[in-house]
Design a protein around this ligand. Structure first.
Ligand code: ALA
Length: 648
């Protein structure tokens, strides 16, 4: 059963049980400055879990793209990935524990075909200090579900993770854990939650791969137990019963409705299906792994970390760029850069020839394009961006590594002799004497493009540390200087709603329509700033525009203005607008459920532009005064071009 089948079976199953299927929200959350990336399926649904009405009802399901930046350095073992898909279903004040636990269990056993003998579950042990009781209700449901499959499910107490290593399995099937383990909120356990955060007790499902997979903790010395990172058990799903909200005084009160928030790891379920805990062997990732074997002439089994890093990082970059995040030096863009540069370094180690990231990205796109159609639409810009980043870093990597070695030689390191050769003794913890100075790390960054985390990683491999504080100080200085320099980023939007500005705004819509017609449908807005004197516009496109292309776009706009025509406004449901390929929007996820669509139709009856927008615009195209002229076309950042244009 392929990963794609597991996803579609789940969505079909939930749909058959009355759930509306939502598209995945973007990896960059809308209107949520608290976090850079969407890291769980519930994140885009928080307002609805808190009581707002969802237009598609009270039963929802999707497969949500997630990116966990904190896990970048964890990638290398058999289960961590930065990007993953979370299968999700939600009850917004509708069904509760009884239905939820049955839904997922039935899906796993009857749809995916997992052996229920290999399934173990956990429930909340209760917490007196919070006044929240033990989840006996969930236990009773689980006993019934297992009994139906001929399994006598015994409930046993674990409490803390540490205690679990002492007491072990105890012949149990249902395990009580404390709030650190069986309570879910975006901030973790109850004591970590800020006021206003929602959460609740949860019930997790684990798949047992067998004791031969118990690697950590050291099996034999300590007892494995389901929620323990033991390697033997893998969490494949979590049903959270979100019915609490934290108050200012630290207490918990009930939300107006009892919600279910379920999340299941698609690849982990697929791994359970084939009874192999290595998620990189799941077809969604294995295609790339096999390709790397061919390109490098090396075996996955002999180079696990390098293969996993390259596979995970390229997939993460493909999805992030697909959602409009381009490599850069700050915010989300920095993570794309870090992913790709780290992947380049490992590709270099495996001696994969330069220029092959395009092929690897293409195969990620092919694997996912049927479900995530934006990847197909943006194929060119994704591959182009990744190839350029690869090319750029390949150029400086070798010189940078040479420089790194030069720096290292000047550092006093604790060495030992092995076979008559002096090598660094990694068993001795690094001290400040063995630190790479902030200045050197800064030079590696500015001259050779080494993200600081990459420098730290290479340093750690040599038993060295980096003076992070002095590096950070230099970076801060560097940022302040560039901020003070030329206008790097501009503030978006319209200067005001004067007649002039509104004309420029309408011309901007025409220009985007022209750019998309002439350069291709990968072009979307990446930023705009409009005054009464000019427009400035950033858009997604890899290459410098040719003189012919510029002229063609100018002509497109000027023809529309000369023909004149109506600018009409429609209100519609965002889902309807999204399903209409003639409607353009750069960031769908930033818009509310009801959207305004501006349609510009020239006097010859041709629809020249349809775009989601808040307005205002001129009522008819002939109100735009003057001749449209592009005065500048330049690079803004990787994969983004910037245009300045005027109405002469
Ligand atoms: N929101 C829950 C999780 O991420 C389902 O585990």
């Amino acid at each position: 059963m392929s990963g794609n089948e597991i996803r579609s079976k789940y969505l079909e199953f939930m749909k058959a049980n009355g759930h509306a299927v939502l598209p995945s929200a973007a990896l960059v959350p809308e209107n949520d400055p608290t976090t850079l990336f969407t890291g769980s399926g519930m994140q885009p649904l928080i307002p609805y879990l808190m009581g707002e009405k969802h237009p598609l009802g009270v039963r929802l399901t999707d497969s949500q793209k997630c990116f966990r930046a904190n896990d970048i350095e964890e990638v290398g073992d058999n289960r961590h990935t930065t990007f993953f898909e979370m299968l999700g279903n939600w009850s917004l004040g509708d069904y509760f524990k009884k239905e939820q636990l049955r839904y997922f269990f039935t899906y796993l056993v009857d749809e995916v075909g997992l052996d229920p003998q290999n399934i173990y579950v956990s429930v909340f042990a209760g917490d007196e200090s919070l006044g929240i009781p033990r989840d006996d209700e969930a236990v009773a449901i689980w006993k019934e579900l297992f009994a139906e499959r001929g399994i006598d499910a015994k409930d046993v107490f674990i409490g803390t993770e540490e205690n679990g290593y002492e007491v072990g399995m105890q012949g149990g099937r249902i395990f009580y854990y404390d709030a650190a383990k069986n309570w879910w909120s975006r901030s973790g356990k109850p004591s970590n939650m800020p006021a206003g955060e929602i959460g609740g007790p949860d019930s997790e499902i684990f798949y047992d791969f067998g004791p031969e997979h118990a690697t950590h903790p050291i099996f034999g010395k300590q007892q494995p137990h389901p929620n323990s990172d033991s390697g033997q058990f893998l969490e494949i799903g979590n049903s959270v019963f979100i019915e609490y909200i934290k108050q200012e005084d630290g207490s918990f009160t009930k939300l107006p409705q009892r919600n279910v928030d379920f999340g299941g790891g698609l690849e982990r379920i697929a791994a359970a299906k084939v009874n192999d805990p290595d998620v990189f062997k799941v077809d969604l990732l294995a295609t790339v792994v096999t390709q790397i074997e061919e390109l490098s002439g090396k075996k996955y089994a002999d180079n696990l970390v390098a293969f996993r890093v390259i596979t995970d990082h390229i997939r993460g970059a493909v999805f992030l760029i697909g959602d409009g995040v381009f490599p850069g030096n700050a915010d989300q863009g920095y993570f794309v850069r870090r992913l790709l540069r780290r992947a380049v370094r490992f590709a270099d180690q495996l001696q994969i020839p330069a220029g092959k990231f395009a092929e690897l990205s293409q195969s990620v796109i092919d694997t996912y394009k049927d479900h995530y159609t934006n990847l197909a639409d943006k194929k060119d810009i994704i591959i182009d961006t990744i190839s350029k980043e690869e090319e750029q870093f390949r150029k400086t990597l070798e010189a940078g590594l040479k420089q790194f070695n030069k720096i290292t030689l000047q550092i006093h390191v604790v060495s030992k002799e092995v076979d008559g050769k002096k090598v660094i003794d990694k068993s001795v913890a690094p001290t400040t004497k063995q630190a790479i100075s902030g200045k050197n790390a800064f030079e590696l960054y500015t001259t050779y493009g080494f993200p600081i985390e990459l420098t730290e990683e290479i340093a750690a491999e040599k038993g060295l540390i980096v003076e992070r504080a002095s590096f950070d100080a230099l970076m801060e200085e560097h940022r302040n200087l560039s901020r003070a320099g030329a206008e790097q980023k501009f503030k978006g939007g319209l200067a005001d709603s004067s007649e002039q500005v509104v004309q420029y705004h309408t011309a901007t819509h025409l220009m985007l329509a022209g750019l998309r017609q002439i350069l291709g449908h990968h072009v979307h807005q990446a930023g705009s700033n409009i005054t009464g004197e000019r427009l400035r516009y950033d858009f997604t496109h890899g290459d410098k525009m040719t003189a012919e292309e510029i002229t063609a776009v100018e002509k497109f706009v000027n023809d529309a203005i000369a023909l004149g025509g109506v600018v009409s406004i429609d209100m519609m449901k965002k889902t309807d607008a999204e399903a209409d390929p003639t409607i353009e929007a750069s960031f769908w996820d930033r818009y509310p459920d009801e959207v305004k669509v501006y349609t510009m139709t020239t006097s010859d009856g041709v629809v020249v532009s349809r775009e989601l927008c808040g307005g205002p615009h001129v009522a008819s195209l002939e109100e735009v005064q003057g001749t449209f002229k592009i005065t500048k076309e330049e690079s803004s950042s990787a994969g983004i071009r910037r245009i300045k244009a005027i109405l002469e």
